[in-house]
Design a protein around this ligand. Structure first.
Ligand code: TRP
Length: 451
């Protein structure tokens, strides 16, 4: 078994896997997306719903995906195909989803690169918001940075899984923790920050007064859980496929979501209080991190150095995630289309780059191109987070619950009986009934017109 994993370029240890999977999970979703989605979703209420969904959807679905991956040792399409041909489509949803996500993810990765250079060159910025808007509206710069980010992702994927990702995560994650904690402390102690802290921790139900508002927040929170934990589209199946039998899946499926959620909540504390302190709006959207944090750094001693280091860490977090996205599709092309790793990743990354260019331009020249009131960027993020990933998760639960079966899954999860699977009953109920029901109900209330 070990050799088999080695042949696929497997992880060298259990810790290596946890680090790499955490590296996939912790990324722009935590640092950039969580704070602004929480801001838009009404703060503390969103956070509570989010935490609940991490427990009832995130942990079990992650466990299920790990089991499928390690059992089959295949990419998502191959994995479902091997276990039951009729369910190959779940893998296909995942691969399509990876295309959409990485295309726009890399755009934001590009923004991060731009900010690193801004700080490294010590460019004097008088108005952080104007600077940001100027940049994202330009027809050239964001596209170039997006291409650079995608190229870097591609280079790591060509280098192979274990070497590239494992090594990067080992250094990056602990440092990132320390940095966000320092920034959060600064942010919370800014004059006027208390309003933001309250917004983030004390639920205020006055924003949520209609069914459609509630379902919006529920859908946003559910989508964010899938996005942040890299679930519902086969990334964890792919990582699981590189695992050997010794790894304790149950432990991993708790540790990874816990670390991921910790980073997201800390990022919320780093950003939302500062948003209030500087008079921004928590509902400002995707620019929140980029407009707010430079202000926080300005108010710190050695702010410039801090800014460089912080954005470098965000970059690491982003690239370990983007690598996992590219890896999903690459591993499919290697296993099923018998392509070479390098050829596969270059072709896929090129296609994603082209799709991403439209997302990059949708903040500037293409801002008026709208679908149902959404810009290209919003549409891509909507389709992946709120549609395809929950759908993939829904079918995954049905698949594990009824088709592959809880017993087969448990056998894998318990390492063929050598580790006790105490939560089997609960896992079974969640997979069969609770998770599919939650996803379905949220879908129905969100997409059917409510009176
Ligand atoms: N979870 C990552 C983040 O929070 C993004 C990501 C990486 C992802 N791989 C994924 C999201 C697979 C969905 C599916 O930034």
């Amino acid at each position: 078994m070990k050799n088999e994993a080695k042949k696929r370029g497997g992880f060298t240890s259990s810790l290596g896997f946890i680090l790499a999977a955490t590296g996939s999970a912790v990324g722009l979703g935590n640092l950039w997306k969580f704070p602004y989605i929480a801001g838009e979703g009404g703060g503390a209420i969103f956070v509570l719903i989010y935490l609940f969904f991490v427990l009832v959807l995130g942990v079990p679905i992650m466990l299920g995906e790990m089991a499928i991956g390690r059992k089959t040792k295949l990419n998502p399409i191959g994995a479902y195909h091997k276990l039951n041909k009729k369910f190959t489509f779940i893998g296909v949803i995942g691969v399509v989803c990876a295309f959409i996500i990485l295309s726009y993810y890399s755009v934001i990765g590009g923004w991060v690169l731009k900010y690193i250079t801004t700080y490294v060159t010590n460019t004097h910025v008088t108005d952080a918001s104007a600077y940001f808007k100027n940049f994202i509206q330009s027809p050239v710069e964001p596209v170039i940075w997006h291409i650079v980010f995608m190229a870097l992702t591609c280079i790591i994927v060509i280098g192979g899984v274990a070497k590239g990702i494992e090594r990067a995560s080992k250094i990056m994650l602990p440092l990132l923790f320390i940095f966000i904690i320092i920034i959060a402390i600064r942010s919370v102690t800014l004059p006027g920050a208390m309003e933001g802290v309250k917004y983030f921790v004390i639920p205020n139900f006055s924003h949520i007064d209609s069914i459609s508002e509630i379902s919006k927040v529920l859908l946003a929170a559910m989508g964010q859980v899938f996005f942040s934990l890299s679930l519902g589209m086969g990334a964890i199946i792919t990582y699981g496929s590189y695992l050997n039998k010794e790894v304790n899946l149950q432990k991993s499926a708790f540790i990874i979501p816990t670390l991921d959620t910790l980073v997201a909540v800390l990022a919320g504390f780093a950003i939302l209080p500062a948003v209030f302190a500087f008079g921004f709006k928590p509902t400002a959207g995707p620019g929140l991190l980029f407009e707010t944090l430079p202000k926080v750094f300005e108010s710190m001693p050695f702010g410039v150095i801090f800014g460089v280091l912080f954005f470098v860490l965000v970059f690491f977090a982003a690239i370990t995630s983007s690598v996992s996205l590219l890896e999903v599709v690459t591993s499919y092309c290697i296993d099923n289309l018998k392509m070479k790793r390098a050829t596969a990743s270059i072709i896929i990354a090129s296609i994603m780059t082209i799709i991403g260019i439209f997302a990059a331009l949708s903040f500037g020249p293409l801002a008026d191109v709208k679908f149902f009131g959404n810009t290209i960027f919003d549409l891509m993020s909507f389709v992946s987070d709120k549609l395809l990933m929950p759908l993939g998760g829904f079918f995954m639960c049905i698949f594990v619950g009824y088709i592959w079966g809880i017993d087969n899954a448990s056998e894998e999860i318990s390492n063929d009986g050598s580790i006790r699977f105490r939560w089997k009953k609960l896992f079974s109920i969640i997979m069969k009934y609770i998770a599919p029901a939650i996803i379905l109900v949220i879908f129905i209330t969100s997409f059917l017109p409510t009176k």
